[in-house]
Design a protein around this ligand. Sequence first.
Ligand code: ADP
Ligand code: ZN
Length: 783
Amino acid sequence: MIARVSLEIALRKEFDYLIPPGLAGQVDVGSRVQVPFGARKVMGCVTALAEESAHAKLKPIIKIIGTQTLVTPKVLKLARWIADYYCCAPEIALKSVLPEVVRKEQSGWRERLFVRALPFAGELPRLPKRQLEIWNIIEERREMPLQELLELTETTASTIRRLEDKGLVEISRQISERDPYAREHILPTQPLPLNAAQAQSLEKIKDAITKKNDEFQMTNGNERPSAPPSSPFVIRHSTFLLHGVTGSGKTEVYLQAIAHALEEGKGAIVLVPEISLTPQTVERFKARFSSGKLQTLVAVLHSHLSAGERHDEWHKIRQGRARIVIGARSAIFAPVDPLGLIIVDEEHEHTYKQEEAPRYHARDVAIMRGQMESAPVVLGSATPSLESYYNCTIGKYTLLELPERVDEQKMPQVRVVDMRQAARQEKGTPIFSPRLKEAITQRLETGQQTILFLNRRGYSTSLQCPKCGYVCGCPNCSISLTYHRMEQKLACHICGHSEQVPAICPNESCKNPAIRFAGTGTQKVEDTLARLFPNARVKRMDADTMKRKDDYRKILGDFRAGKIDILVGTQMIAKGLHFPNVTLVGIIFADLALHQPDFRAGERTFQLLTQVAGRAGRGDIEGEVVVQAFTPFHPAIQFARRHDFNGFYEQEMEFRGQLKYPPFSRVALLTLKGRNEEKVKFSAEHLKRELEKTFPESKVQSPKSKVHSAKAGLGSRSRSSDLIISGPAPAPLLRAETFYRHQIMLRTQRMSALSRELAKILQEIVLPEDVSLAVDIDPVDLT
Ligand code: ADP
Ligand code: ZN
């Protein structure tokens, strides 16, 4: 027998190896193996088994890693789709489906010494008093870690050895599983009676889980393994979009849908953005499935776990002991089998997109996996992405709506304050408008709590000379340095570079001593609050204050306990937090995100404002939101003010349609980068000419001109005549970490076809050695 192996060293190729007689029957598709490669030994994954090979003189596999295949054939198939669709080497896609610690050659289990009581016949031998006490404890517990026993009985190992000599106990090495949530005390919960909207949504999802979807079986069964990837957006009715305002009971619907999947003998994957994966969230899932006939382990996968914990969680899933997985992006690859349901909460979140190869979007991978394994997918959000909502309007997804909050609470009052006016009154831009100041004062007087949101950390966002206009910029990136007052330094938020604060203008021909700070970050908000409200208890939550794992939990605990009056923070505080005593939310500069060079700027602003506003009024008292903005009449702000998703959707779709942006097309962003800007520019032009050759019927959009058609050439291999090529142009962030960057943007409705052609171009194109090309399919970050 022959095994085809994808090697971990990136070669974009698979190699055949002999399965030696000693390993016969043990090697399977998905096995991790060590094989000889030249003079080296390398690791790889078996992707297929065959009777014969086109190559003579095959080398044998050296050994198998682990006793169970690590990559299931289903996940393997998913990895192949990722490699094809996202234009990356198969070995890179394959690598990303297994956590690093699981891929390791040596076993990742933690072993401990355990003491176990042995059965004995007849009477207990006479024991000294001390040994008898210890024996009684062991007998009662049957088995326990040696260390725990020693601590409990304050004795030494030699005492226990004496019991072992007498044949009463056995001391042996055993696997001791790590449980990241062992410290939490979790009380079981029961399903809640649902309201009408919840019940209706649940019914549809349950139907889809139960239905042996014949259409599915047909399309899947006929697919050859080597068939070209299909776009994840072919019609399939088992993707649901659960659109419900915050507090409308989406999570309860997820919980009951998962229960149904378990009843059907299947497992579930729940994706949650990393930032929302709080102990509270995890506990809700653990509590529901901790007892009763649907009891199962709930495995958690996220970046705060230690490597050992991640290893154990993953194997609990692989062994089928944990049938529910809750995790961030990469949990979509969890080896749940059979899979009955996938949930993607906050589906609009951009953190579902991985920003390094493979640049996959976990929501789209979820939909693909759902299709491959006939598992319904539920996307949930209060502010769905335009793409998902659009897919509902054209019948690809089924829309489920939860229009009201469960407790019939009203949505908070949102007031938009025109900061231009505030600036005129105060001669200069204040951080707090009179309206917001007044509202905070009221809350302090009545003992209610306030959240203030500003998506910019640091003290001032730039240091500028008022005389010559000089701005202190990063030497490695094309952005200005942010002033951090506590540390007394200037820092770059892209590359981390930091430097001393200059006393005079660094411009040699100016040297003005009156250099000034401009712009406001969260540190300055915190400082200003301390001046305006000296008695208020203020805490700040951003990447600068949340350095340790427990900081987050501690501050939120204090806030919940009422030990903090005002919480200031960045997007960290925008999501999922639920504090009944918060009756005021202030958004310091609502238009910050609006002026980004990104076609999603409006959508992002709308989502952020809606999410932040959702933090107000989660208790008995109606909430108030004060939005400070310099462009108060911008549609994204106005629609958010009225809680009008549909209104926003309609008007934003018009803009997207005119410019052929998603969801009317899909985007591929090609970024060339290198230290020599001329070479980068030249390479980008070269790539563009190659693209025009490959797609002669495409439309070309140069930075300054309108769209025109590229000349039709001979020998066309183009199938994407709807392709629009724009650029090359300098990236919005021209320089990052010392690299210059130029971009070409492609738009098409048939991305799978484009991906295939791009993969060929990537293989063939010759670029200077110090210029690299990155392909990002469906990018969410255009900078
Ligand atoms: P979402 O996920 O949409 O923000 P949740 O599922 O967290 O909403 O629900 C908000 C609150 O309402 C939670 O405390 C939850 O326990 C409660 N809740 C949800 N559904 C019901 C229901 N049918 N009856 C009573 N309380 C409910
Ligand atoms: Zn920098």
